[in-house]
Design a protein around this ligand. Structure first.
Ligand code: NAD
Ligand code: GLY
Length: 379
C-alpha cells in the first residue's frame, strides 16, 4: 500500500513500515538529498545529526546533504570511513564509536548513514550500541541499499568467522532513498543491487519477475520510472515481511534466498571487493534453484530462466567460473554452517518450488548440498 503522508514532497512516495512503536516511513523519490533536512526534521529529538559516509559517496553528495541540513537549522558533523566491505569490521566499528564519542554526542543526537549497505549496516550497529541506543536515519545511495539493506533494521559487521555475525535488530527512524544518487553508481555495483532486486521476484512475486524480464534492461540503462517502480515494489514487499516477522522467526528468512550459498563464496573471497555481496547472492540464488530442482521441487525450466535473466544483465551465475583450486565442497559447506539460520548443526536453506515460490527448509539432506558444490567446483 502506498501512502502519501505528512511532509512528503511531490516528487516522492512514502511507504510505511508498520512496526508499532518502532514504525517508520520509507521515502522514495528524485532529488531528495536537497530536501533531506526538511524530511528528517520531524523525526529528530533535537536538531543535531552526525552524518556517517564513505569517501566515494561523500565526494559526490555530502555538500548537498550538508546544505540541506543547514537550511533546516540542523547542526551537523561528519565522519567519513573508507569505502568497501572491509570497513564492516570490529576495528572500524571501534574507531567509529570512539570518534562519535569524541564529538560528545548524547542520546538526543541522530546518526545519519549516507551510503550503501556497508555504511548503513555499521552506522546502524553503532547507533544500537552507543549510549545503549541513539536514533539513526538511513539515506541509501546504492540500489542494493535502496531495495534491501536500509529497510528492516538488520545492522552489523563481519568477523573472521563469517558475515554479519556481530549485530543487532535496530530500526531506523526514517529511510530516504534518493533515486538520483543511482546515476553515479559504478555499473558493477548497480548490477549487484539488481541481484537483490530480482530476489523479490524469485522469492514471492512472479509478476514482478515477469516485469523485470520486460523492463530489466531499461532499469539497468538508467530509466528512472523503471527504477522507481523496482525500488517501491521491493521496499513494499520487504516492509510487509519485516512487519510480519521483524526478528526472523520464520518468514523473514525468505529474504535470505541464495544468501547461505552466497555467504560461503564471500567467506572464501575474504569479504573483499573481488566478489561483491550482490554478485555472491546472484550465484547463490541459482544454486538454491538448482538444489531445489535436484530435490524434485522446482522445474528445471525455472532454473534456466532465473540463470539466463541474471547472466543477460551481466551478473555472475556460476561459482565454478570464479573458484580457486583450494575451494572444496567440504570447505564451502563448513562456511554454510556459520550461517545464522543454522540450528543444532543443521543447515537451514531457502528453497523454491518455482519462480516466486520460495520456502524455508530446515531438514536439507547435506549430502545433496555437498554433491551440488562438487559438481559446480572445478577439479
Ligand atoms: P557498499 O556500501 O560497499 O557500496 C558499494 C560501493 O559503491 C562502495 O565503493 C561505495 O563507496 C560506492 N557507492 C555507494 N553509493 C554510491 C553512489 N551513489 N555513487 C557512486 N558510488 C557509490 O555496498 P552495497 O552493495 O551497498 O552493500 C553491501 C553490504 O550490504 C554488505 O555488507 C551486505 O552484507 C549488506 N547487506 C545488508 C542487508 C541488511 O538487511 N542490513 C541486506 C543486504 C545487504
Ligand atoms: N536482507 C535480509 C533481511 O533484511 O532480512
Amino acid at each position: 500500500m502506498t501512502a502519501v503522508l505528512k511532509n512528503s514532497p511531490s516528487n516522492s512516495e512514502r511507504l510505511p513500515v508498520d512496526l508499532g512503536d518502532r514504525a517508520y516511513d520509507i521515502v522514495v523519490g528524485d532529488g531528495l538529498l536537497a530536501q533531506a533536512g526538511a524530511l528528517i526534521r520531524p523525526v529528530l529529538v533535537r536538531p543535531r545529526v552526525v552524518v556517517i559516509s564513505d569517501e566515494n559517496v561523500a565526494a559526490q553528495y555530502l555538500d548537498r546533504l550538508q546544505a540541506s541540513l543547514a537550511k533546516a537549522d540542523i547542526r551537523n558533523e561528519t565522519i567519513i570511513l573508507p569505502a568497501g566491505e572491509g570497513t564492516k569490521d570490529l576495528a572500524h566499528l571501534g574507531d567509529l564509536t570512539d570518534r562519535l564519542l569524541d564529538l560528545k554526542i548524547d542520546r538526543s543526537t541522530t546518526l545519519m548513514a549516507l551510503g550503501g549497505g556497508v555504511i548503513g549496516d555499521i552506522t546502524g550497529f553503532a547507533a544500537a550500541i552507543l549510549l545503549r541506543g541513539v536514533a539513526f536515519v538511513q539515506m541509501p545511495t546504492t540500489l542494493l541499499a535502496q531495495v534491501d539493506s536500509s529497510v528492516g533494521g538488520k545492522t552489523g559487521i563481519n568477523t573472521r568467522h563469517g558475515k554479519n555475525l556481530l549485530g543487532a535488530f535496530y530500526q531506523p527512524q526514517l529511510v530516504i532513498a534518493d533515486l538520483t544518487t543511482l546515476d553515479s553508481l559504478p555499473r558493477r555495483e548497480f548490477l549487484a543491487g539488481y541481484a537483490e532486486t530480482v530476489k523479490y521476484g524469485f522469492l514471492g512475486d512472479p509478476e514482478f519477475f515477469e516485469w523485470l524480464e520486460r523492463h530489466g534492461d531499461a532499469l539497468c540503462a538508467g530509466d528512472r520510472d523503471a527504477q522507481r517502480h523496482a525500488v517501491l515494489t521491493s521496499c513494499r514487499m520487504k516492509a510487509e515481511i519485516v512487519a510480519a516477522d521483524e526478528r526472523e522467526a520464520d518468514r523473514r528468512a525468505l529474504l535470505n534466498f541464495g544468501h547461505t550459498f552466497g555467504h560461503a563464496l564471500e567467506a572464501e573471497t575474504g569479504f573483499g571487493d573481488s566478489l561483491l555481496h550482490g554478485e555472491a547472492v546472484a550465484i547463490g540464488m541459482v544454486m538454491a534453484f538448482e538444489l531445489s530442482a535436484r530435490l524434485g521441487l522446482c522445474p528445471a525450466g525455472d532454473v534456466d530462466r532465473a540463470r539466463r535473466h541474471m547472466a543477460a544483465r551481466g551478473l555472475p551465475t556460476d561459482a565454478g567460473r570464479i573458484a580457486l583450486p583450494s575451494w572444496t565442497a567440504e570447505r564451502m559447506v563448513a562456511h554454510m554452517h556459520q550461517d545464522k539460520k543454522a540450528m543444532d548443526g543443521k543447515l537451514t536453506l531457502i528453497l523454491a518450488r518455482g519462480i516466486g515460490r520460495a520456502f524455508v527448509e530446515r531438514s536439507v539432506d547435506e549430502s545433496m548440498v555437498l554433491a551440488l558444490w562438487r559438481d559446480i567446483l572445478p577439479g
